[in-house]
Design a protein around this ligand. Structure first.
Ligand SMILES: NC(=O)c1ccc[n+]([C@@H]2O[C@H](COP(=O)([O-])OP(=O)(O)OC[C@H]3O[C@@H](n4cnc5c(N)ncnc54)[C@H](OP(=O)(O)O)[C@@H]3O)[C@@H](O)[C@H]2O)c1
Length: 252
């Protein structure tokens, strides 16, 4: 059985860049019509155009940490394509890194808001759309949620909370809706530029190349292939799972 999504409608948050854009592209290639969301309009427009234009994709400018934006995002998805089959909670932030003793309460709250509150409440709001269509939810977490990484206490804690809430949701949404989690390792995306200097980005990339057993950083498409599998009927009997996609990094 191949992983296809013909006739399905998918919503990918953070779909304008990095892993989210690769997921949007993979789901579209598998036959889905895709809504991409994020705060910046330009990357979303570029993604819609790369996916073949408005017949196949739709952009919604939204900040997923705002309840009103989440409601509008779902309403616009239904307006654009008539319903929802697949929700990919991919938007995330590393608002700051550094020792836990130095994390500000604002940064802590920001990471919890974007990385766990937003995806959980978006998933809750989407359930009435997903249940009748036997849909699925995929959440992009991180390897840093599975073991302690110095400097990443707030980020890792927010994603660990996401993992737990999604496992509970998998039980509560069954048998109608499947809920799964992907934990990527180091993937080459713009996210590193949001909290590191250019020199730090290069040394971080080098760290990942040297510490990843499969010998390279991840590409966004590495995660997108796994996302397509988990959101398609090929994974019809998989729910509540945490799939680590990291070239073996988490084994060390
Ligand atoms: N790259 C890695 O090594 C790695 C590893 C593990 C996990 N992850 C996770 O993978 C996911 C995607 O990250 P990425 O690496 O692909 O980086 P990225 O290109 O920076 O993607 C993050 C996306 O999230 C969107 N976003 C951030 N805050 C948002 C908000 N409040 N509302 C709506 N959209 C928001 C951003 O768009 P706007 O800025 O336009 O809003 C952006 O498109 C994240 O959840 C990240 O935690 C990444």
């Amino acid at each position: 059985m191949s992983a296809r999504l013909d006739g399905k409608v998918a919503l990918v948050t953070g779909g304008g860049t990095g892993i989210g854009r690769a997921i949007a592209s993979a789901l579209a290639e598998a036959g889905a019509r895709v809504v991409v969301a994020g705060r910046r309009e330009e990357p979303l427009r570029a993604t819609v155009s790369a996916l073949g234009g408005r017949k196949h994709a739709h952009a919604v400018t939204a900040d997923v940490s705002r309840p009103a934006d989440r409601e509008r995002l779902l309403a616009e998805t239904v307006d654009a394509f008539g319903g929802l089959d697949v929700l990919v909670n991919n938007a995330g932030t590393v608002a700051s890194v550094g020792p836990l003793a130095e994390v500000t309460e604002d940064d802590w709250n920001r990471m919890l808001s974007v990385n766990v509150t937003a995806p959980v409440f978006l998933a809750r709001a989407a359930l009435p759309l997903l249940r009748p269509r036997r849909g699925s939810i995929l959440n992009i977490s991180t390897g840093a949620s599975l073991k302690p990484v110095p400097g990443f206490a707030a980020y890792g804690a927010s994603k660990a909370a996401l993992n737990y809430a999604c496992q509970v949701l998998a039980l509560e949404a069954a048998p109608d809706v499947r809920v799964n989690i992907i934990c990527p390792g180091g993937v080459d995306t713009p996210i590193y530029g949001t909290f590191l200097s250019p020199d730090q980005i290069e040394s971080t990339h080098q760290f990942f190349r040297e510490s990843t057993p499969l010998g390279r950083m991840g590409k966004p498409t590495d995660v997108a292939e796994a996302a397509l599998f988990l959101t398609s009927e090929a994974a019809a009997w998989i729910t509540g799972t945490t799939l680590v996609v990291d070239g073996g990094l988490n084994l060390g």
